[in-house]
Design a protein around this ligand. Structure first.
Ligand code: FDA
Length: 407
């Protein structure tokens, strides 16, 4: 098989590298336009990350997708692709295949049954569009030749007039993530925005670990923010998310933390409002109020935090005196619990990789490399990263469709 493949002289119109969400979509769209397409992946099956996504139910899009749901050095870059392949277009595909789905919350659409439905749908579309799928075929590099490109794999070479790089980011190496997309970009002298784990749990400093980590599993509704994040698209001074925070055996996680982690920079604080929109200790300001840590913890538990979280928070924040300024100070501290994480749980636990191939190198309508006609980058490999909630798949579908319709 290897020899037969390595001796193949067929030249494809398009070689798509990576049979994940973005690559499958690009291959389908190109195939539907009559292009000969080969879709290459080193995994033993296509769409492995789709299968584990959304807790096995795949949060395949978000009804409220806007460019503001994405981080990038160029916040305008994603607009074109997102407007030309909308969530409604993907939903139409899902409905065409009679896949049952539901809105969980905040516009997040999930499969009723399993993520496998989405992979089966994409493979059926790819097969219908005549896409040739080459699995267990690791990509090693891409070179320009007279007629197009030569893709070197562990199993011979593939020739194609166009190459679409859809090999994803560095998140979850156990699932087959590699940095090959960045290596290919570097080989063509393209700029790469420094990568970092995103949508990832944060790790406490040893001192905070000591204070909090025995409370693993407790959660609270919070507003998370990163003062002065350098990553916000509009360079706003503060980015905020109101969702759940979860204490873990290493630090903090939960949707609020995953969201804010994408904006966090090492050494910077993350601030949590532990009682969003509430005034918790106002009754304590009355002259005859019983001011004890137990009483305060009671109010905390009644209004915002689980009991053990409330008791611990009060124990760690009990003032030396119980005068009104101290009570007001406690209220303030509750709304600004400031943590300086020691780090993140890294690519092993990150849902996505932020940074990647610089959008400055790409045409936003086609995802083509401006200085290298015929070469395209899509999906997570590009410096466009979505918030939690189906936005990353929407970017994969939209950027994949943009390239697939342009090759
Ligand atoms: P993706 O990583 O999907 O695909 C890249 C492909 O390239 C893979 O098939 C890989 O095997 C292949 N490849 C890599 N190196 C190669 C090489 N050297 N040679 C050949 N092939 C190679 N998003 C969302 O919107 N909703 C959700 O519910 C979730 N849930 C979720 C859960 C978990 C646990 C994770 C880790 C991530 C999510 N995500 C998500 C994020 C989402 O999975 C992600 O954004 C997309 O899969 C990115 O799609 P791509 O096609 O760009 O990369």
């Amino acid at each position: 098989m290897a020899d037969e493949y390595s001796q193949s002289t067929k030249q494809y119109d398009v070689a798509v590298l990576g049979a994940g969400a973005a690559g499958l979509m690009a291959a389908i769209e190109a195939g539907k336009r009559g292009k000969s397409v080969v879709l290459v992946d080193h995994a033993e099956r296509a769409g492995k990350k789709i299968l584990i996504s959304g807790g096995g139910r795949c949060n395949f899009t978000n009804l409220h997708t806007t460019p503001a749901n994405f981080l990038s050095e160029n916040p305008h870059f994603a607009k074109s692709a997102l407007s030309r392949y909308t969530p409604q277009e993907f939903i139409a595909l899902v409905e065409k295949h009679a896949i049952p789905y539901h809105e969980k919350t905040l516009g997040q659409l999930f499969c009723d049954r399993a993520a496998q439905d989405i992979v089966t749908m994409l493979l059926a579309e790819a097969s219908g569009a005549g896409v040739e799928l080459k699995l267990k075929t690791g990509v090693r590099g891409v070179e320009r030749n007279d007629e197009g490109f030569t893709v070197t794999t562990h199993d011979g070479t593939v020739s194609a007039k166009n190459v679409v790089v859809a090999t994803g980011g560095l998140s979850i190496p156990k699932m087959g993530a590699t940095g090959i997309g960045y290596e290919i970009a570097r080989a063509f002298e393209l700029e790469i925005v420094e990568t970092r784990p995103a949508l990832v749990p944060l790790v406490f400093s040893p001192a905070d670990e000591e204070k909090w980590c025995d409370l693993t599993g407790l959660s609270a509704d919070v507003v998370a923010s990163t003062p002065g994040s350098p990553y916000h698209p509009a360079r706003k001074p503060e980015v905020t998310f109101r969702e759940k925070l979860l204490l873990t055996h290493k630090g903090v996680s939960g949707p609020a933390v995953l969201q804010i982690s994408s904006y966090w920079k090492p050494g910077k604080p993350v601030v949590f409002d532990l009682a969003p929109g509430q005034v918790v200790f106002d009754l304590m300001l009355a002259p005859d109020a019983i001011r004890t840590a137990e009483a305060m913890a009671y109010y905390l538990k009644e209004t915002t935090l689980p009991q053990r979280f409330a008791t611990r928070w009060m124990r760690l924040n009990t003032p030396e005196q119980w005068k009104n300024p101290q009570v007001k100070g406690l209220e303030e501290a509750l709304h600004r619990w400031t943590v300086v994480p020691a780090g993140t749980e890294g690519y092993a636990k990150a849902e996505v990789t932020a940074g990647g191939v610089s959008t400055a190198e790409l045409d936003s309508t086609t995802m083509g490399v401006k200085k290298m006609p015929g070469l395209y980058f899509i999906g997570e490999a590009v410096d466009v990263t979505g918030h939690l909630g189906g936005f990353n798949f929407q970017w994969a579908w939209a950027s994949g469709a943009a390239a697939g319709r342009a090759v």
